[in-house]
Design a protein around this ligand. Sequence first.
Ligand SMILES: [Fe+2]
Length: 146
Amino acid sequence: MNNSKKLERLNEEVARLYTLSLVAKQVHWNMKGQNFLSIHQLLDTLATELRDIADETAERSSALGSVPEISPHTLVAQSFAGNVPSGKVSTEEAAKYFREVLGDEIDSLVELAKTISDSDPITQDICIASARKLSKLQWLFQSHGL
Ligand SMILES: [Fe+2]
């Protein structure tokens, strides 16, 4: 993967991670049902973690000479957040949605890390570390058994 393609992919990840953090907050506010408090708190943890991962990814991209953006226009154009739950969301719907989108995001980060390979071990490490953090959060959603 050449350098400009790598930076483009990193910036796509920034937009996706940031969008998912916004969705996590929306669902955190608009959810009801079984295990409410536990999932409500987990969504707050997820929103913060996603924002922190997006921040580290954006800073790496900027350090490599790119211009990562998260303007509303950029988020709409570049992000993919799946079939975002809207309105009042059951805890089951919330857990299912985040299990799936976190799985997609983990796969995307791991794939990016593989294509970066040994040419840029620092960026590769950021991608793998981010996937590892999201994998733990995905497990926490799965463990509710909803
Ligand atoms: Fe809150």
